[in-house]
Each structure stands twice: as structure tokens, then as C-alpha cells.
Design a protein around this ligand. Structure first.
Ligand code: ZN
Length: 275
């Protein structure tokens, strides 16, 4: 169920039909090599979420193009908003989804640069008790081993490449073929430059950019709609399974209750907690 396509009255019913579960797709607006649309990650996140909702009813939040993109500002068309505002925005969006009556919110993230942010947003829910619970899933984190093995056979490049590579280009082609222009590549491959690899296993600013200064990793030339459909199905099934786990779960709420009860007790009678 797409939030923006429901009438207000249908929305009230959808809250019940979804077991008060909403999926918030997270993406980006950033360069995807010279050949793919800027909004790729958001399109894919929303596409997978709306298809997963067909088998596991949830309300899917409208497409959101804000995300962590401070490492891609040098490219035309990136959308960035100040860091504090971005965090405030995501927290406000979650509160507003909760205000609408949802008690389970799943952030489904398809932009690598959002991963630490999504985790921090999840953790920061414990700053104060909320009337809803937040969960998160990274796009490929719940794909089955069978699907992974099948796709490994399918890709021309190891693991399907990466950002704007064979796998992501295939996904976008399955969603909308006209947003991928393989002909502009002319044999161009997004090589791993490793300019900052000497900091590993630590980290330094612009680790990703240091490797891929055109936001293109791998070789997209073998991308196809057919491969994209296989990858999309694996992602859709993975998200649907995660939605089921979230809907069936009764433990997370108990753990959160226990956590806040202990915090309250600590404030009421700190001596109880002395060693
Ligand atoms: Zn992407």
C-alpha cells in the first residue's frame, strides 16, 4: 500500500490491515557513474518495498531523496542538507509516522552511505521512550543463500560489481529501463583505485571516493532487465521475510519495556543499583 495513493479513509483501514507496520524506504540523490539516474537508490528502495508489501501488507512511505551524501557533493545533482537537519528530519519523519498510528517502522535502506546513519537513528530511539519501534534492514542483508548462489552464477562480474555496476544497473533497468544508458560507458570500468587502502582496517575521510572517484564500481556492461528481475525478486523476498519477523515478534517490545523500567528504577532509587 503506497501511502500517497491511499485516500484518507483508506489510510485508516490500512493502519489496521498492515498490523500498524510502515516501511520507510531510504535512498539518495547522487551520481551513479555516467550512465544511471541520480535517484537510483530511492527508486530501488521504494520499488522493492512496494512489491514486498504485496505479500506482507505494509504501508510504504513516499519516496524520500534525502540521505547522507556529504561524500558525493562534488558531483552535479547531489542533494545534501546540513547534517544536524538530516538527523532531525529523519527523527521527525519517524515521529510523524508514529503519530499516524504505526507502532512498527522498518527503515529499508538502499544507499551504502546511509548505513551508519540508519543504525544511529535506530539507537537514538532509546534516548526517550517512543510509542513505536524502529527496525532497519540493509538492501542485501536478508537475501537467502540459495538466491545469493543463483545470482553468483548469473553475474558476469564478481558479486555483480557494486555501486552503479552490473547488479545495480540491472535492478534499475528492471524498474525503468530508460534510466540506464549502457551505451555511454564504451568499455569504461569502475576500477578499485585503493588510494586510501593503507588506512585499513581503520578509516579515513572519503574512503569510498578514494577508490571510486566517479561513483562507479565494477563493469555495468553486462547488466540486463532479466538479471535485474532476479535480483529484485531476491530483495523483495528478503524484505518480505523481515517484515514477517517484525510483525510476529513480541520480544523487542518486552526488552524495550524492561530497559526503560530499569532506567526509571535507577532514577527513583540509585542505591538499588550500587554494586
Ligand atoms: Zn545506488
Amino acid at each position: 500500500m503506497r501511502w500517497e495513493e491511499l485516500t484518507s479513509d483508506e489510510f485508516a483501514k490500512a493502519i489496521v490491515d498492515s498490523n500498524r507496520t510502515c516501511v520507510l524506504p531510504l535512498g539518495s540523490m547522487e551520481r551513479h557513474g555516467p550512465h544511471m539516474a541520480l535517484g537510483t537508490d530511492t527508486f530501488i528502495a521504494h520499488y522493492v518495498a512496494t512489491n514486498a508489501a504485496l505479500s506482507e501488507p505494509v504501508v510504504v512511505y513516499p519516496q524520500l531523496f534525502f540521505g547522507q551524501m556529504f561524500d558525493v557533493k562534488c558531483f552535479p545533482g547531489s542533494i545534501t542538507i546540513p547534517p544536524k537537519l538530516l538527523l532531525e528530519l529523519l527523527l521527525a519523519v519517524l515521529d510523524d509516522i508514529g503519530r499516524n498510528g504505526f507502532t512498527r517502522i522498518i527503515m529499508y535502506n538502499c544507499h551504502g552511505g546511509n548505513a551508519p546513519l540508519a543504525q544511529y537513528v535506530c539507537q537514538s530511539q532509546m534516548a526517550e521512550k517512543k510509542p513505536y519501534q524502529v527496525y532497519s534492514l540493509f538492501y542485501n542483508a536478508n537475501i537467502s543463500e540459495d538466491d545469493m548462489a543463483r545470482m553468483e552464477e548469473m553475474w558476469d562480474t564478481p558479486g555483480g560489481g557494486g555501486h552503479a555496476g552490473e547488479s545495480e544497473a540491472s535492478l534499475l533497468m528492471a524498474y525503468r529501463k530508460d534510466m540506464v544508458q549502457l551505451d555511454v560507458l564504451n568499455g569504461w570500468v569502475g576500477e578499485h583505485l585503493g588510494r586510501l587502502d593503507h588506512f585499513k582496517p581503520g578509516s579515513a575521510p572519503l574512503m569510498w571516493y578514494g577508490n571510486y572517484p566517479d561513483n562507479y564500481r565494477g563493469d555495468a556492461s553486462g547488466a540486463s532487465i532479466e538479471k535485474g528481475k532476479v535480483f529484485a525478486k531476491a530483495m523483495i523476498d528478503g524484505l518480505a521475510r523481515f517484515i514477517r519477523v517484525v510483525k510476529d515478534d513480541t520480544t523487542a517490545g518486552e526488552v524495550i519495556e524492561e530497559y526503560f523500567r530499569r532506567e526509571r528504577e535507577l532514577q527513583e532509587d540509585p542505591k538499588e543499583h550500587e554494586a
